[in-house]
Design a protein around this ligand. Structure first.
Ligand code: NAD
Length: 295
């Protein structure tokens, strides 16, 4: 299939590589010429604009930083909607607010294009390994069209409902993740300060009612989980800046819905303070450092 892939960053580039590996012909566009050159060597075709990339494609996929980029890539004069042929299935995999996802999809519908949202979880490791989870907001027909292609980049492809619901699922999950990481950090730091061996404490939590992904897979205390960023100086993994972005999306969506997210707002402020200290590039589990005396 000829696929337009626009936005080839930390996530988009490995996703596009998996599609090339699966035998698709890709029309590529990004502002970064270096990544375009790398993917062209693998057989991708470089386009001059999102419009050009979309024009000859049977499917359009975008993976961009934030809502403003999604708007411009779709709606500008040289954007996807200026070039895409009516009837071409289209999906945005960026993490953005549900409102923008719905608005851009509505603009696409006016051009006869069925556009869905399919944000992902699984990080850059999952993007490279082709094991991402896609949370898809789309009509049933569009979901059926997208599923086989998304399966070439992911392992778990979930139809969440109509357009926008993929983004809702993603921001609600990350709201909980941001909060639960802080909860585990507090418990681990308190146990340490009171004098229990942190490995013993983690073992108890992980076989008791406090257990969660932040404690048993991604524990923020160094040396508990060998594969977690905490055991390699909080490098790699999911950056605090990205968590801050997702908590901003969640608190803003909550504001629009008049829905309280009290712990989410506190969590957002804690990651914001981390960002201000210049630590936004560290993995988000480094939030625990705010609870520890420096060694
Ligand atoms: P990134 O910043 O590494 O990549 C974004 C790419 O988009 C860059 O290559 C940039 O040049 C390109 N771009 C920006 N504006 C453009 C434009 N107008 N036209 C064409 N290309 C443009 O970001 P990423 O880490 O790949 O994340 C992409 C999305 O996935 C974000 O919404 C992020 O929240 C989400 N996400 C990221 C992760 C992660 O671990 N990195 C995990 C899950 C979801």
């Amino acid at each position: 299939m000829r696929i337009a892939f626009i936005g080839l960053g930390n996530m988009g580039a490995p996703m596009a590589r998996n599609l090339i590996k699966a035998g698709h012909q890709l029309n590529l566009f990004d502002l970064n010429k270096t990544v375009l050159a790398e993917l062209a060597e693998l057989g991708g075709q470089v386009s001059a604009s999102p419009k050009e990339a979309a024009a000859s494609s049977e499917l359009v996929i975008t993976m961009l930083p934030a809502a403003a980029h999604v708007r411009s890539v779709y709606l500008n004069d040289d954007g996807v909607l200026a070039g895409v042929r009516p009837g071409t299935p289209t999906v945005d995999c960026s993490t953005i607010d549900p409102q923008t996802a719905r608005e851009v999809s509505k603009a696409a519908a006016a051009k006869g294009v069925d556009m869905g949202d399919a944000p992902v979880s699984g990080g850059t490791g999952g993007a490279a390994a082709g094991t991402l989870t896609f949370m898809v907001g789309a009509s049933a027909e569009l979901f059926a069209t997208l599923k086989p292609v998304l399966e070439q980049m992911g392992r778990n492809i979930v139809h969440c409902g109509e357009v926008g619901t993929g983004q809702i699922a993603k921001i609600c999950n990350n709201l909980l993740l941001g909060i639960s990481m802080i909860g585990v950090s507090e418990a681990m730091a308190l146990g340490n300060a009171l004098g229990i061996d942190t490995k013993v404490l983690a073992g108890i939590i992980n076989s008791s009612t406090g257990r969660c992904w932040s404690s048993d897979t991604y524990n923020p205390w160094p040396g508990i989980i060998e594969t977690a960023p905490a055991s390699r100086g909080y490098t790699g993994g999911f950056g605090a800046e990205l968590m801050l972005k997702d908590l901003g999306l969640a608190t803003e969506a909550a504001r629009q819905a008049h829905q309280p997210v009290i712990l989410g707002a506190v969590a957002q402020q804690l990651y914001q303070a981390m960002s201000l200290r210049g630590e936004g590039g560290k993995d988000f589990s480094a939030i625990v450092e705010g609870y520890r005396k420096k060694d």
